[in-house]
Design a protein around this ligand. Structure first.
Ligand code: HPA
Length: 269
């Protein structure tokens, strides 16, 4: 199925992206910045899962940013929607097979670290996988990568350095932290958030980790950025809602677009 999707996309666009970008909840605006765009709804691509989450567009956009050929996934499939780990990581596998050497992930996340604020950006330095599944479980596809891939630098140190430099140049405040991945779809309880803080997590979300694992498996370099759309459960005396998450995504949108636009051309391999 991955091969079929790859062949289909090769027939739809002459572009061969070196970087893949995945845009999370309410963060879909960046794709509008690309020149020579080809937009392909996920429903047209063989085997591609269609996201059902509100705020997720559900299309793959090929285009150019400066000299760079890029593929942007506006919307992703999540485990909490009932998709398998293979389905959730299908897009990354296909982009890897198309020749992408790097992946940039964005996501909406809850802020666990009390120094974070709603609307802040966090460079993911590492993750804790609490989703109970791993996309590499099962027979290993040796054409993709090794059986036991190393994960000691799952989020490229060099990319994080470039991202921090670009953020300083653009006066965009950004911090660094550990992302805990939960299955969802319910938000966490305050007790779960205290547990996550104790084990060293700074932000919490329901995506990105399976995709980052698969990208590492394929030897791609990974950068991931969380947008703190809300403080995590129990931090503030208020409930968490998907509306708040989308609203914050909207607030941060312009900053994130500006950041990605400046950053991507600087991520040479
Ligand atoms: N928890 C989990 N996932 C999330 C959150 C949260 O608080 N906010 C946005 N995605």
């Amino acid at each position: 199925m991955i091969e079929e999707a790859k062949n289909y996309l090769e027939s739809r666009t002459p572009l061969r992206p070196s970087i893949g970008v995945v845009l999370g909840s309410g963060l879909g605006a960046f794709a509008d910045e690309l020149a020579e765009r080809t937009e392909i709804p996920y429903s047209e691509i063989p085997g591609w899962p269609c996201s059902t989450a509100i705020g997720h567009a559900g299309k793959l956009i090929f285009g150019r940013l400066c000299d760079l050929e890029i593929a942007v996934m506006a919307g992703r499939a999540h485990l909490y929607e009932g998709y398998s780990p293979a389905q959730v990581t299908f897009g990354v596998r296909v982009l890897g097979k198309l020749g992408a050497r790097s992946m940039v992930f964005t996501n909406a996340a809850g802020g666990i670290n009390l120094e974070l604020e709603r609307g802040g950006l966090v460079l993911i330095s590492d993750h804790i996988n609490l989703q109970g599944v791993n996309p590499l479980a099962g027979p290993n596809d040796d054409s993709c990568g090794p059986r036991f891939p190393d994960m000691s630098e799952a989020y490229s140190r060099q990319y994080r350095k470039v991202a921090k430099d670009v953020a300083v140049e653009l006066c965009i405040p950004i911090s660094e932290g550990v992302y805990a991945a939960m299955l969802g779809p319910c938000y966490e309880t305050p007790a779960e958030i205290r547990f996550l803080r104790t084990i060293g997590a700074d932000v919490v979300g329901m995506s990105t980790v399976p995709e980052a694992i698969v990208a590492n498996h394929m030897g791609m370099k990974v950068l991931a950025i969380s947008c703190v759309t809300n403080m995590a459960a129990g931090v503030l005396p208020q409930k968490i809602s998907h509306e708040e998450v989308l609203e914050t995504g909207e607030m941060v949108r312009e900053t994130l677009v500006k950041f990605l636009k400046a950053l991507l051309p600087r991520l040479g391999n």
